[in-house]
Write a new protein. Structure first.
Length: 276
């Protein structure tokens, strides 16, 4: 469904889009595509009402720099939990302080209304580029190349989702379960191989290309970071062809008619030679 306001498109994407990784991992539950679709269906009425009067969401987003995509994503998650008929938002961004150091920060405490369970929820959004043997997590990199899927995954598995188990005495609520919501998009080389088995079914995909390489993509729109989440819809305006010389990675959407049909990262020549 297309909403009238871009911020509603993004909020709907945060709720409905399929996760990168799902399942039961190290005692925590990573939400699935079916979970996300069910929650979107439950929230649709509230989303349609908000689309008529988006001022509360716009005001919430105004407190975050648009290019800090992780914080923007967390803002959308918080707003979703506030309108959800399924969950009650209890608290967020709770810092766990030990005697001499900070031990961690819990993203969200929520209550599942039907079961009355208290849930510790960790969230993350990532956009990774795969190279070489894509079956290895350490071959998936962020555009700064120091951010890698294996590093983020291990931190989520071994630290962030384990906080309630490690420090139950510091929890402000009696936590029944720990969940993780891990979303984003994975960008493959143009000769796209089969998806690695650790990705969830229907994980969102794109392609990366070196800007100087030939490309058949003719109608492209350069995207700011705040546009990386949901698909572009109802676009009107001048488009450009694939870039040939760039200094920094550039995320672009391929547009046909008025809607997005593909998502790409164009990379400068020598990009992969910068790997740390």
């Amino acid at each position: 469904m297309n909403f009238n306001h871009r911020c509603l498109q993004d909020l709907a994407w945060v709720i409905q889009s399929p996760p990168i990784i799902s399942g039961h991992i190290s005692g925590s539950y990573w939400l699935s595509k079916a979970d996300c679709q069910a929650e979107y269906d439950a929230c649709l009425g509230a989303l349609l009402q908000l689309d008529q009067h988006p001022e509360p969401l716009l005001n919430a987003l105004s407190h975050f720099k648009p290019y800090v995509i992780g914080k923007r994503f967390e803002c959308f998650v918080r707003f979703w939990l506030e309108i959800s008929p399924t969950f009650e938002l209890l608290d967020c961004n709770v810092v766990l302080q030990g005697k001499k150091q900070t031990l961690g920060e819990v993203d969200f405490f929520i209550r599942e209304i039907a079961s009355n369970k208290i849930i510790h929820l960790e969230v993350s959004v990532k956009f990774y580029l795969g190279i070489d043997d894509l079956s290895q997590m350490h071959h998936w990199h962020g555009t700064n190349l120091q951010d890698r899927l294996d590093i983020k995954f291990n931190r989520l598995v071994n630290h962030q989702t384990q906080l309630a188990k490690k420090y139950p005495e510091l929890m402000p609520y009696p936590v029944d379960e720990s969940w993780c919501l891990f979303k984003g998009r994975m960008f493959y080389p143009q000769s796209q191989p089969q998806a690695p088995t650790f990705f969830a079914d229907d994980c969102l995909q794109g392609e990366w290309l070196i800007a100087e390489d030939k490309s058949d993509q003719k109608h492209l729109l350069a995207l700011d970071k705040q546009q990386w989440l949901s698909k572009i819809s109802q676009y009107q305006g001048a488009l450009q062809s694939a870039p040939t010389e760039i200094e920094h990675s550039c995320c672009m959407a391929e547009i046909e008619g008025a809607e997005e049909v593909g998502r790409y990262f164009f990379l400068p020549k020598g990009f992969w030679g910068r790997k740390p």
